[in-house]
Ligand binder design. Structure first.
Ligand SMILES: [Zn+2]
Length: 328
């Protein structure tokens, strides 16, 4: 050990910036999270206030944890996109309108001297799971996060797909039903309106309006306004038939989305994470059923559909990985 102290140790920082929480972590170049910090945030104050708070917390983390003998290779940040990768600009995030047009790249490089990599948050999740999670070792895979919205990332030949401006992989906005409900992106019937927490809640509210499934409300204090995808999940776990049907329905739409990904990208694995994925047992059956029923045999034969392994750390890890790749 005496010897090792002479060696300059290298670290990365990964930041996962969500709508309500910002998580940051110090990560080794081998993908181990050494230390984490988290704080709540309020996006309604707008991009400037949000990112000023981020910089101040980031500087605290660096000050508290880095000795002179340590080296910060780079900082990666995963933020709800779409992001113009060339300009480092946040474009029009359907779920975080307050961040529209924010010049994140310029803002951060003015305040922080370390190299910075900006990535879409769902891409960061996907990269984290590929680096040290459920898709470790895969060269071709897709990641999907089921949260308030539905995000995704596509890795082709070991590289995340960015597209012309950096916005590729908006898995949540694949159109699944052209006559479906309105989506935050302005379209209709996107995967997100069925497979997100918001979508599950909408389906439950519709069922209740039709006079079915009032029992679901038992898990939200009898108040439809308090109902969340988690309370609906609890109802399903307790055997509520309508809640189970909703997850079943959600699984069918998710399965249709996966079929499109399978046919387009022929992945080895599809990794599914995000808070709604906790209800795995209640939707995966109908996902597998429709995938087996309707997908082409060639691309789907050796495919594995798996649960994410790194939980909340995936975003931090993937952001750090982006910074590592940028530094190489
Ligand atoms: Zn959409």
């Amino acid at each position: 050990m005496g010897c090792r102290r002479m060696v300059m140790e290298q670290f990365l920082i990964g930041i996962d910036m969500g709508g309500t929480n910002v998580r940051m972590g110090i990560v080794t170049p081998e993908g181990k999270v050494l230390k984490k910090a988290q704080y709540r945030t309020d996006v309604s104050k707008g991009g400037l206030a949000l990112f000023e708070q981020l910089v101040s917390n980031l500087k605290d983390l660096i000050r508290e944890n880095f000795r002179e003998s340590n080296q910060l290779i780079g900082i990666g940040i995963g933020v709800a996109g779409p992001i113009d990768m060339k300009k480092g600009l946040i474009m029009e995030p359907p779920n975080l309108p307050a961040l529209k047009g924010f010049p994140l790249g310029d803002f951060l490089s003015e305040k922080i001297s370390s190299p910075i990599a900006i990535e879409n948050d769902a891409n960061a999740f996907t990269l984290g799971e590929g680096w040290v999670g459920a898709a470790k070792g895969c060269k071709h895979y897709c990641g999907i996060t089921l949260g308030t919205g539905v995000g995704g990332g596509i890795v082709v030949a070991g590289k995340i797909l960015h597209g012309a401006r950096g916005t590729a992989g908006e898995v949540g906005h694949m159109v699944i039903n052209p006559k479906g409900p309105l989506c935050g992106c302005g379209g209709r019937g996107c995967l997100e309106v069925y497979a997100s927490g918001t979508g599950i809640r909408r389906m439950a509210l519709e069922a209740i309006e039709k006079g079915k499934g009032k029992g679901i409300l038992k898990w939200s204090g009898r108040d439809p306004q308090q109902m969340t995808s988690e309370s609906i999940f609890k109802a399903a776990q307790s055997g509520n038939v309508t809640a189970k049907k909703i997850f079943n329905e959600m699984g069918r739409y998710l399965g249709l989305g996966l079929i499109n990904l399978i046919h387009l990208f022929n992945p080895e694995k599809i990794v599914i994470g995000g808070k709604v994925s906790r209800a795995w047992d209640y939707f995966i059956g109908s996902v597998m059923e429709i995938v087996q029923e309707r997908s082409m045999k060639g691309p789907s034969e050796k495919l594995q559909i798996v649960k994410a392994e790194r939980g909340d750390d995936a975003g931090i890890l993937g952001a750090a990985y982006s910074a590592l790749k940028r530094a190489e």
